[in-house]
Design a protein around this ligand. Structure first.
Ligand code: BTN
Length: 234
């Protein structure tokens, strides 16, 4: 079972989890009311005013295999939780959750290693719940409040964690295929034209499928490409 450790303010729940990794127990969950230096993917800032949900899960796993799939599991857990609360949520590969085409959740996973061996993974998620304004946030974004949903951050956190930890053992053992059917059902981009940005590299094409490993299969002008990382823009 997980243990939630709460703070009013942290620089970043991911940074706290990484800095204190050795003294934290497996399945600790660090959460803060606000973050002063919230971090997003590709070194972006994750603006973290009071009203949002910010948390990081400490996973003391000893395998590199399936770390990307565990991040996808967190996206699916948020997506399914929001759907149960009546929100029309979907997943944008690899691990954003959107509602009505606008970002409601982002996830940043960071592996920890020592002497070339993995010690574990920190999976951090930020959910736009009830921040007063999202003007400075990764756009286009929307909060659950703006969608007409009033939910306590604590209730939302536990609901997401329950889904995540229900499927964690099977994803750790079998990777993407443990959640593939569910993930694909909530990924509405098959047949759509998208571009994927990874650093300076842009790959454009039509989404063909999500591979058995959870990668994006894109039909491009140069043939079928298998993409394992990036930011997808529809
Ligand atoms: C992204 O979409 O770029 C990922 C955003 C991840 C934000 C969360 S908030 C909790 C955790 N702590 C951080 O500093 N970042 C993640």
């Amino acid at each position: 079972m997980y243990t939630i450790i709460r703070f009013d303010e942290l620089d970043s729940t991911n940074t706290y989890a990484k800095t204190n990794f050795d003294s934290l127990e497996n399945f600790s969950v660090i959460t803060a009311v606000r973050q002063t230096a919230g971090r997003g993917r590709y070194k972006r800032v994750w603006v973290s005013q009071e009203g949002g949900l910010y948390f990081s899960v400490v996973l003391k796993m000893q395998q590199y295999e399936y770390t990307a799939n565990l991040t996808q599991l967190m996206a699916l857990s948020v997506c399914k939780t929001l759907q149960r609360l009546g929100v029309n949520a979907t997943i944008k590969w690899p691990n954003d959750v959107l509602a009505h085409g606008r970002k409601v959740c982002g996830i940043l996973s960071e592996a920890l290693a020592a002497d070339g061996t993995i010690k574990g993974l920190v999976v951090g998620a930020g959910i736009n719940v009830a921040q007063p304004d999202l003007l400075q946030v990764d756009k286009p974004a929307v909060s659950l409040n703006a969608l007409g949903l009033a939910v306590e951050v604590e209730v939302l956190l536990k609901a997401v964690l329950d889904v995540f930890f229900e499927h964690y053992p099977s994803v750790l053992k079998n990777g993407f295929e443990a959640i593939g059917k569910d993930y694909r059902e909530n990924f509405p981009y098959i047949g759509k034209e998208v571009s994927v940005l990874d650093g300076q590299k842009v790959t454009a094409g039509v989404v063909q499928s999500i591979s058995p490993e959870g990668r994006l299969m894109l039909q491009t002008a140069d043939g079928l490409k298998e993409i394992s990382i990036g930011d997808m823009t529809p």
